[in-house]
Design a protein. Structure first.
Length: 425
């Protein structure tokens, strides 16, 4: 038996811990720092790498890292130096997410399909370029910006304001010292996530996020307001295409450049005219994509995590998935992604329903009560034999949960009802 330390406090980490705790090989699952729904919370923040390593060492833990910030800071390198088992990419491999410039250049030199782009650190030159192109642009800050560093522009004046915002006003600080001006691709987005040991990569189930705050994809971008799996945007042919031309090519090209990518590799994909384009890479699981994916996973996640660490993934069979659909509806506090109230008591959490599970994110437990403690508060996740029934089951559970500022989209999964059947993933 091995214990597990899950680093992070979101719905993704609750779902990873929940799935790992079902493994007969796992003893105690600890969460650092965790939230109001996770068991065995340890009061260590995600950036306190030394403290996390000490805890993992003293408690015989394999460590699983959820968010990008400790990965980009080199948590995996530090643990490896101490001989501690940890799942996730090294600092060098995490550059796929932590520097968009690095990722775009990597894709370009290795022929991985992505939108054409140029890199600038000078606002005047960037604006000249923006005026000269005859297509719409997306302006991206190079570094980590909590999902806010991407501005999708409708015309040249929006592109020029975006350039000013990042390079002149320095709205994203050092993360915006360089920018990418990238061709805007108008297609359908989906998430393709794989698990890799640096040599091979196995697909996780396909999924689709809902990034905007309001129904019908209106309003500002968020961390994600809901997700479902599998998605018809990625049918079998498209899944094969992405697996070969994006995922395997990335892992093998990284290896050729002497960087082994171990961990979850997340490709944000735009499908246009039957072709996939990589919009971004994340060096981790998606949140909220993780919640429906974990509910559909039949195989033992620990086996795949252990094999990723040991470099033995190729000896395992493909991951098996429940044929059911799963939907995660994110319940947020009104005002998110800007400011929102905290410390409101959440009621109705214990209503039982065999088809659903409520993953916590921005919650904390005080004197037996569960209080809101973040923008994205809960991820109500349900399965069903069809996408339609999974949506029904999720919203049935959503209705029973209440607090004064509760807000959610009412159309999570609807986009999926319109697309085709999808792949077997
Ligand atoms: P990223 O963090 O790079 O995935 O960008 C955030 C969001 O911006 C994506 O989920 C897309 O909705 C949008 N986006 C990014 N790049 C492009 C692009 N080249 N064309 C159209 N939309 C994009
Ligand atoms: N759901 C998008 C992300 O995890 O980045």
């Amino acid at each position: 038996m091995i214990n597990v330390l899950v680093v992070g406090s979101g719905g993704r980490e609750h779902a990873l811990g929940w799935k790992l705790s079902s493994s007969p090989k796992v003893g105690i699952v600890y969460h650092a720092p965790g939230n109001g729904g996770t068991p065995n919370n340890v009061e260590i923040e995600v950036h306190e790498i030394e403290k996390l390593a000490k805890f993992a060492s003293e408690n015989n833990c394999l460590t699983v890292v959820g968010p990008e910030v400790p990965l980009a800071a080199g948590i995996v390198d530090e643990f490896a130096k101490k001989g501690l088992a940890i799942f996730g990419p090294t600092k060098a491999a995490a550059q796929l997410e932590s520097s968009k410039v690095w990722a775009k250049n990597f894709m370009k030199r290795n022929g991985i399909p992505t939108a054409r782009f140029e890199v600038f650190d000078d606002a005047t030159k960037a604006k000249e370029y923006a005026k000269s192109v005859d297509y719409s642009l997306v302006v991206k800050a190079d570094g980590l910006a909590a999902g806010k560093g991407v501005i999708v522009c409708n015309d040249k004046s929006e592109a020029i304001s975006a350039i000013d915002k990042i390079l002149v006003d320095k709205s994203f600080g050092a993360s915006g010292a360089r920018i990418i001006l990238e061709e805007r691709i108008d297609g359908v987005e989906a998430s393709y996530i794989a698990i890799s040991d640096g040599n091979v990569a196995y697909p996780m189930a396909t999924s689709q996020d809902h990034k905007r705050i309001y129904d019908n994809d209106k309003g500002p971008n968020t961390g994600g307001m809901g997700a479902y799996s599998p998605t018809g945007v990625i049918d079998d042919t498209m899944a094969e295409n992405i697996q070969k031309n994006v995922i395997e090519k990335t892992v093998l090209s990284m290896k050729k450049e002497n960087i082994l990518f171990c961990g979850f590799l997340y490709a944000g994909i735009m499908v246009k005219d039957g072709k996939p384009y990589v919009l971004e890479f994340n060096a981790r699981m998606g949140d909220p994509e993780c919640q429906p994916i974990m509910m559909r996973m039949d195989s033992d996640l620990l086996d795949y995590i252990q094999a990723s660490i040991d470099g033995t993934l190729a000896s395992l069979p493909n991951i098996s998935w429940k044929r059911q659909s799963a939907v995660c509806v994110v319940l947020a506090s009104k005002g998110y992604p800007d400011s929102y109230p905290k410390n409101e008591e959440i009621l109705g959490l214990d209503a039982s329903n065999k088809d659903s599970y409520v993953f916590h994110a921005g919650t904390r437990r005080v004197d037996g009560k569960v209080l809101t403690n973040g923008g994205r508060v809960l991820g109500v996740t349900a399965t069903g034999d069809t996408l339609q029934s999974a949506i029904y089951n999720a919203y049935t559970r959503v209705e029973k949960i209440r607090w004064p500022s509760k807000y959610c989209r009412t159309d999570i999964g609807k986009k999926g009802l319109r697309s085709s059947v999808g792949s077997d993933l």
